[in-house]
Design a protein around this ligand. Structure first.
Ligand code: SAM
Length: 263
């Protein structure tokens, strides 16, 4: 899969692409990331990429013309290299929020042309004519789309076979359909008893028992409990999809009992 990133700040991507577990995906080309500096496609001595908004008001707006030139160059390059057609994505607080289902679709797709906005945003005419989908990182406003692009690339890369050290580890993560879209269970490592600022705390005994079936049951219960406490919407979705069995419901019923302290 190939992602082409159109950005005013390609240098922001350097450390991201070269460090961490996902660098394998980028270095090997499993996830082929190409950076396209927008300013290279601007004209004139100042290589201008923005201008004042019509109608007045604060801030600057990204010009449609350099964006369209850069976007066209990307499309021609993809065609010349035989890359499959891919959608043009604009990162924007106005799009639907990126979630696990979208990341899974992207991870199985041909890649995309990713556009990182800056300033007050992009001339609407470029959006109308060239953008297929807008995607948001969340209901807040960033200074630019680069962080959103990195978030999407990171999430897509870690789903590719051969990228994580342990092949199955992403299937244990929160939101994964393999675990019914619930939150992940808590994790513990050495020491068995940790002296924290609020006293000594031991690892749950079941995790030291070596009893695989009991450990799996405990983990399932913890996923249910965490989802019930922190993201009841995920629990509702799992229930609607028929993914909760009688044992799950019994456990959730106990959580609701007064005095259970959320178990
Ligand atoms: N005026 C715009 C608005 O209120 O919708 C915000 C512009 S923002 C300062 C500049 C750029 O950052 C946007 O064009 C977009 O590319 C990016 N951006 C900001 N917030 C984002 C978010 N939540 N998700 C994805 N991209 C975002």
């Amino acid at each position: 899969m190939r992602f082409d990133v159109i950005t005013l700040f390609p240098e922001l991507f350097g450390p991201f692409l070269q460090h961490g577990i996902n660098r394998r995906a980028y270095a090997s080309g499993i996830v082929d990331v190409r950076l396209w500096p927008l300013r290279d496609h601007a004209e004139g001595n100042y290589r201008r990429v923005d201008d004042r908004p019509f109608g007045g008001g604060p801030g600057m707006v990204m010009l449609a013309e350099p964006l369209a030139r850069c976007w066209q160059a990307v499309r021609e390059d993809r065609l010349a290299e035989g890359a499959p057609p891919a959608p043009t994505v604009l990162f924007s607080p106005q799009g639907p929020r990126i979630d696990h289902a979208l990341v899974e679709r992207e991870a199985a797709g041909p890649g995309a042309i990713l556009i990182c906005g800056r300033y007050e945003g992009i001339d609407q005419r470029f959006i109308d004519q060239c953008v297929d989908v807008q995607l948001s990182l969340g209901d807040f406003v960033l200074s630019g789309g680069e962080l959103a692009a990195m978030a999407l690339l990171d999430a897509v890369a870690r789903l590719q076979p051969g990228v994580l050290n342990d092949e199955g580890s992403h299937r244990q993560d929160s939101f994964n359909p393999a675990l019914d879209g619930l939150l992940d269970c808590p994790h513990y490592t050495r020491p068995e008893v940790w002296q924290g600022p609020h006293g000594a705390q031991a690892v749950p005994a079941v995790l030291l028992s070596g009893h695989h079936e009991q450990i799996e049951r405990w983990r399932r219960q913890q996923r249910l409990a965490a989802s019930a406490r922190l993201r009841p919407d995920l629990l509702d979705q799992a229930r609607l999809a028929g993914r909760l069995d009688a044992e799950d419901e019994q456990w959730l019923g106990q959580l609701d009992q007064p005095g259970s302290g959320g178990l």
